[in-house]
Design a protein around this ligand. Sequence first.
Ligand SMILES: Cc1cc2nc3c(=O)[nH]c(=O)nc-3n(C[C@H](O)[C@H](O)[C@H](O)COP(=O)(O)O)c2cc1C
Length: 376
Amino acid sequence: MLAKFFHFNYRYILKPILFCFDPEQVHDFFTVVGESLGRSALTRWLTSLFFGYQHPSLEQSILGLKFTNPVGLAAGFDKDARLTAILPAVGFGFEEVGSITGEACQGNPRPRLWRLPKSQSLIVHYGLKNAGAEVLVQKLRDHRFAYPLGISIAKTNSPATVEVTAGIADYLKVYKIFLTAGVGDYFTINISCPNAYGGLPFTDLARLDLLLGEFAKIPKTKPLFIKMPPDLEEEKLAAIILLAEKYKIDGFVCTNLTKDGNGANLQLKEPRPTDKGGVSGKALAPLAEKQLRLIRQKTGNKFILIACGGIFSAEDAYRKIKAGASLVQLVTGLIFEGPQLIGEINRGLVKLLTQDGYQNISEAIGVDYKKEIGQV
Ligand SMILES: Cc1cc2nc3c(=O)[nH]c(=O)nc-3n(C[C@H](O)[C@H](O)[C@H](O)COP(=O)(O)O)c2cc1C
């Protein structure tokens, strides 16, 4: 009831007002509000009264981590880890902070975020703005979090990290600092930011081999994921999967923003206001889902898959789960639909699972693929 009330108010009153303002300013404003609400037990409790939803059929244990529900906040919304206290009360089952880089970075010049309302998408050209590994590890150390906290690692957006060895050193700096401090429940290596100086050097196979080789030299105590670009030919995807097997990567986040501005799979319903940046949201969804299904087909259940890209409803999340995702993440859906969306997705998932006769979400993961190969 409360969720329906909030849904109506967000869609018809708050969003039309918010969408009159600069998207980055709105984002910054909500970060300040969320950070303040997270400071007191009372406001956290009130927030969870409005938005929280729990159900045993959504609980899973994955790679030793306990998830109370499968809906996470994707990297990029909480770049400087300011929302870790409030997001569990909003109903999220996990969060990925960052991406965090070796050095602090101001990101690209503004404007660097645009809305595409008809396409229910965003164009993002932030360029990995964040306070840097040293500052953020200090901020997060000695805190206990109410859900699994993922640390998204990228290399600093600067000419100084373009050379391969310097780029690898920058990634490893973040990884080592957080591992040593015991901060973070899992790590994601972001090789797919479309907005950093020097492009996406680590989607090149030889360089990725070097990067993962260096990560593998450090004893792995936490699960390690790779965040994939959606714009990969099938052959390259297969080669990346082989490298992930070689270096015992636990899974993939499918996917990051697409660089493919006018691709046939990109469902843009309006002209792009800029050539810069990468596209998120509904326009990205078919590309991201195609990759998720391909990885599942190629690898069975060897890897844990986290779906990301255009998840706006329980139906979207459930489709990704049946396609092979154990967890889902979102940013754009939250911006277009409002904070009650997380509870709505979780509530809707319980209904969909019940309709299909599943006791727990884990039974639904990858059923499309299992049907294809005649396992169910
Ligand atoms: C404003 C914004 C900033 C982002 N920054 C990052 C980032 O720093 N690191 C990263 O891995 N992905 C970043 N992303 C990509 C998202 O994590 C996600 O992969 C993408 O937006 C697709 O999901 P969505 O359609 O639910 O937004 C960003 C996305 C947005 C919208």
